[in-house]
Design a binder for this molecule. Sequence first.
Ligand code: M6R
Length: 620
Amino acid sequence: MCGIICYCGKKQAVPILINGLKRLEYRGYDSAGFSVVSEPGKSKSNKVRKNIIVKTKGRVFQLENKMEGIDIDATYGIAHTRWATHGKPSHINAHPQTDCSGKIGVVHNGIIENYKEIKEDLIRKGHVFKSETDTEVIAHLVEEFFTLCGGNLENAVLKTVQKLSGTFGIAVIHSDVDHKILIAKRGSPIIIGVGENECLAASDSNALAPYTNKMVYLSDDEIAVLTPNDYYIKNLSNETLDKKVEILESNDYKEDKRGFEHYMLKEIFEQPESLENAMRGRLIEGEGVSKLGGLEPVIDRIKNTKQLIIVSCGTSYYSGLLGRYIFEHLTELNIEVELASEFRYRRLKLNEEIAVLALSQSGETADTLAAIKEAKRKGALILGIVNAVGTSIAQITDAGVYNHAGPEIGVASTKIYTSQLVILTLMALLIGRYQGVSFIEGSEITDALLKLPGQVREILKEAPQIEKIALQYAKYKNFLYIGRLFNYPTALEGALKLKEISYVHAEGYAAGEMKHGPISLIDKNFPTVAIAPDDLTLDKMISNMQEIKARSGKILSITNPGVKKVIDISDDIITVPRTIPILQPVLNIIPLQLFAYYIAREKGRDIDKPRNLAKSVTVE
Ligand code: M6R
């Protein structure tokens, strides 16, 4: 939530900041702005540096339009794209926020929990506030401490950060301080990009990738000072820290939509490769087992684990739900799956014999982060499956596995869902082979995994046919998605895809639950999407589908080729290739992603940036 980009160097800052904002817009898109310090001009009237803030309600292109015909000579500055938390989207609430003097610019990602107390105190001291944001207190606090610290911005920011509670990634500039940007982190990401005669910082490495591949990841309660030629990092006790420079792999950065109309469609079509990347070097075919280097340091602890608790949110939660079935099928572990936002409030008896596994595309989801911090405090082994390298969740885990799926820009998660399912299977296979899973069973799984990318390609070839079906269903206002066992999570995820990008009401249900309530919704205007592969639950699924037909409900089924029982009872059919039951959901979700996409496109929705949402949810 919210994207930050900073530049300090010798080049013109504004185009770099705007370009960075475009790459970060997926994180929040209700307003955008920047603060740069202009170079002193030659004329007498313009001998001093000025903090120039330009911002707008709306998208980055609106900010860009605002800049037409305006030339600002500035070589350092900070910028922000917002997902509103405190105060509605408006010009005044847009970041950067400033202080009474107007010399300070502050951008912030996160929530300052004690902002009310700080604000009241600062108002008593004479500060005048203009916005409804929590962020504005940071600007006024820096102003206050800047004076007390004799004009030392670094000390002023350090003292400010010490006063704040909550979460933040922040960047601060002051027009009296030449070519210095202060950044700080607690709970929300901020990464330094080290360039040639320039330093940058951003909420994610993708925004820095066009300028440098040298990244330094700040940890919580660290602040950094950026200048054109250097940077240094300190902790809150004012001690200088030596942090590793990490090199961003070139395939971690992808620039454009590669000819697709939307990132979401591109990412759906990237799934054959993202699945290959999830498995690359991780299967030992001749032994029917997987190899996950990231888990090796803790493999003995994993072998002794009695219980695995999966924590995650949204789509990652649904892949966790399927993970439960996969682990139950292949291992002896007791498995629980918990919404991360609930987990941290439960009175769980955690200890070192329990492992907690966080699933997260962004690696920054605040609820998931809070859940694993809680579990760590209680001694559990913390594992992760994370896509974004070096992020907060990845840093906190004891061990983990990266998806290597490349950036997912569309707000609706697609390629990460299927990649998570494959990695969960690899993990379960690894553990299961130390337990009851035989070589033969293991080999069946590795064979099936290796066939998946090709099978996904076959489904994607059917996209035009899926589009035709989707357009027939685009007129309906409500949908029920049903599935059983491995495909119950598929029903939940299919419904989430439709609702989040098309704004059409859709409910996912375990098919057996339908008769306990939701069936009362069914009539000829309330279609059902039935995920009905040819597995051992098929007969029960058919019974549920008959119950729907008896109430004049229309049925679109996802099934395997030639399943006559399903063909006979359905109004429309999409077929997907057969695989082993635990992996069938990887294939079943692909047509449902496309189905949601085509309905949303027909409705003219903003598919990559659906209303009210953001890609990286860094508030609890
Ligand atoms: O980055 P994470 O995987 O932790 O994100 C979790 C959810 O916010 C995310 O999956 C969300 O539900 C997606 N918009 C769903 O498409």
